[in-house]
Design a protein around this ligand. Structure first.
Ligand code: FMN
Length: 353
């Protein structure tokens, strides 16, 4: 019998234990994630994920149905945990004035969190992964009873401890190298690199870890496995695949030598993208106001001007290849195996050498 308030622990992480190859395709809201991309990764032996963020619950359900029609392999669905309260309206209004006319209406909403949880509970994917927050123990319990494992994205050791305490089955450890939004939810945003973060999180919990951020080659997959991760979650390296829904100007920017930076300018939440004019002009002025700013700038995303729309990408985007997703997976596995095989059995040099 569990003590009152104690979180139920998963006895095993069935999904990660059974993966044929330790590659998770990162959920990527806003277009890049498609059922076709997830299906291709699943069929190649990895773990495909759908992104439910920034779309309706009905559209998320359709994605699940399309993915189920394309593969019998297990997959995951990713959901944004909403903020508890609206941002400071004066700060939002000041930023709206700065951006000028022709933008959308800043408003607070919860991205239909409850509707999306219902979709997950009803369609029962193998995994529900959460970002921007940590679901409560009751939600994780309901998911567990429906046969769905809960993964929580963390960016600090404190977030890892919080997610472990409410009963997460696994943690997606997101280093600061990662493309797209930071999954941070605790006070003080995490800006820790993946190498340091994996060590810090491992010192906090023995939960299985999925490493994310800047992983674009098999050598990097090998590195995170050496650091104790059960799998690598790869995002940007899949964005140039034909199965991905990355918009053409965004696709063109990925794979170049252009630098990336963190910014709140587009959504009011920290995210990493390729530096463009809009970021240069507004990053220093953007308030912490998600999702208000995301609604405000929605017309910029629809217009798709690459200097005014976000070009989310991780620090290693230069290495993303224009290849079918199955080939990206196969290449990562091949390179990972070679990197591991090239390691000496001991790094200690013998006296006679
Ligand atoms: C375009 C884009 C969209 C993303 N959308 C989501 C999302 O909807 N949910 C989520 O948990 N993470 C999202 N991420 C972050 C990824 O899950 C992951 O942490 C990141 O891609 C890993 O770094 P990498 O891009 O360098 O591989 C997104 C990343 C990118 C590049």
């Amino acid at each position: 019998m569990l003590a009152p308030g104690a979180a139920l622990r998963y006895t095993a992480n069935v999904v990660l234990d059974r993966l044929r190859v330790p590659i998770v395709q990162a959920p990527m809201a806003g277009g890049p994630s498609t059922p076709a991309l997830a299906a291709a990764v699943c069929e190649a032996g990895g773990f495909g994920m759908l992104a439910a963020g920034f779309k309706t619950a009905a559209a998320a359900r359709e994605d699940v149905e399309r993915l189920r029609a394309a593969t019998r392999a297990p997959f995951g669905v990713n959901v944004f945990v909403p903020p508890e309260a609206p941002a400071n309206p004066a700060a939002v209004a000041a930023y709206a004035r700065r951006l000028g006319d022709g933008l959308g209406k800043a408003r607070f909403d919860k991205d239909d969190y409850d509707g999306k949880l219902d979709v997950v509970l009803e369609t029962r994917p193998a995994v529900a992964s959460f970002t921007f927050g940590c679901p409560d123990a009751g939600t994780i319990d309901r998911l567990r009873h429906a046969g769905v494992e809960t993964w929580v994205t963390v960016t600090t050791a404190a977030e890892a401890a919080e997610a472990a305490a409410v009963g997460a089955a696994a943690l997606v450890v997101q280093g600061v190298e990662a493309g797209g939004h930071r999954g941070s939810f605790a006070e003080g945003e995490g800006d820790v690199g993946l190498l340091a973060l994996l060590q810090l999180v491992r010192a906090e919990t023995d939960l299985p870890l999925v490493a994310a951020g800047g992983i674009a080659t098999g050598a990097a997959v090998a590195a995170v496995l050496c650091l104790g991760a059960a799998a690598a979650q790869v995002g940007t390296a899949f964005m140039r695949c034909p199965e991905s829904g990355t918009a053409p100007p965004h696709r063109d920017a990925i794979g170049t030598r252009r630098p990336t930076a963190l910014t709140r300018a587009f959504t009011g939440r920290m995210a990493r993208g390729i530096v463009n004019d809009f970021m240069r002009e507004h990053s220093a002025h953007a308030p912490k106001a998600y999702p208000e700013i995301a609604h405000l700038t929605a017309p910029l995303r629809q217009a798709g001007d690459p200097e005014r729309a976000p070009l989310w990408a991780g620090q290693a985007h230069r290495l993303a290849l224009e290849l079918p997703a199955a080939e990206v997976v196969a290449r990562l596995v091949r390179e990972c195996d070679s990197a591991l095989a090239a390691l000496p059995s001991s790094v200690e040099r013998r006296a006679e050498q």
